[in-house]
Design a protein around this ligand. Structure first.
Ligand SMILES: Nc1ncnc2c1ncn2[C@@H]1O[C@H](COP(=O)(O)OP(=O)(O)OP(=O)(O)O)[C@@H](O)[C@H]1O
Ligand SMILES: [Mg+2]
Length: 239
């Protein structure tokens, strides 16, 4: 079964100047896909359009076969999509628990407390001090809280925009450990990353977006030693 499908997907901010151009992509259930590409390629625009936050000009989005093109964010959440934006993904002035409780408001009242408890059980770092303000967390812990908020409604597909951006190597490892556990739980992951090595180590498959178009689509392991990718990213990063 295909978890997420994009067909001839065109999106952007100005209809005369599309950023994402004719992207067609099938993400099978349970796959971990990473979207790589240079700065400004349109990676964030692509996933934000899927998540209902950027206009879609043409084409379609399907979740488990169901057409959700231009569905509002709450409807997408109900249809099984979780989205973690790169920044401003938690309420810094609220506690860990309150952040989870707000995300739980999408659920039937009777289910909320159990899902908040389940998320705390899944992220021991968060469970250690649920009353701490989100603004006081480390960058890595904050990304875990953002992921926990998105996972609360039990999405089948979780899309994340650079969850490791700005983190120290140790925190990057923690975030990727969490993502690995989420994937092992059967959630389909779509991950935009600049941290190419870590992303390729986690992912089953990688696509490269260049100037809004899919330029490459391969098993992640194949790209690890690929000189083209090395030129585009690894060399620049390592320098
Ligand atoms: N809110 C916006 N309004 C207008 N144009 C935007 C907006 N956000 C991004 N763009 C433009 O869309 C293009 C793609 O940007 P996008 O943020 O999607 O790239 P990206 O691949 O995520 O880059 P990065 O790796 O730097 O995060 C850029 O030319 C950018 O200037
Ligand atoms: Mg981006």
């Amino acid at each position: 079964m295909t978890a997420l499908t994009l067909r001839d997907f065109v999106a952007g901010y100005d209809p005369d100047l599309p950023i994402v151009k004719d992207v067609t992509l099938d993400v099978p259930e349970g796959q971990v896909l990473t979207i790589l590409g240079p700065n400004g390629a349109g990676k964030s625009t692509l996933i934000r359009a899927v998540a209902g936050m950027v206009p879609i000009f043409s084409g379609e989005v399907r979740l488990s076969g169901r057409d959700v093109t231009r569905a509002p964010a709450h409807a997408l959440a109900r249809a099984g999509l979780g989205f973690v934006p790169q920044t401003e993904n938690v309420f810094t002035r609220l506690s860990i628990r309150e952040n989870l409780q707000i995300a739980a408001e999408l659920l039937p009242r009777s289910a909320r407390a159990a899902r908040v408890a389940a998320m705390l059980a899944m992220f021991p770092d968060l469970a250690a001090r649920p009353e701490a303000l989100a603004g006081s967390l480390s960058g890595g812990q904050r990304q875990m809280l953002a992921a926990a908020r998105a996972l609360l409604s039990e999405p089948r597909v979780l899309i994340l925009d650079e969850p490791s951006a700005g983190l120290s190597p140790k925190l990057v490892a923690q975030v990727f450990d969490s993502l690995r556990r989420i994937a092992q739980g059967g959630v389909t992951l779509v991950l935009v990353e600049q941290n190419v090595r870590a992303a390729l180590a986690l992912a089953d498959r990688a696509v490269v977006l260049v100037d809004g178009r899919l330029a490459h689509d391969a098993p992640a392991a194949e790209l690890v030693g690929n000189p083209l990718l090395g030129q585009l990213f690894l060399g620049a990063r390592a320098a």
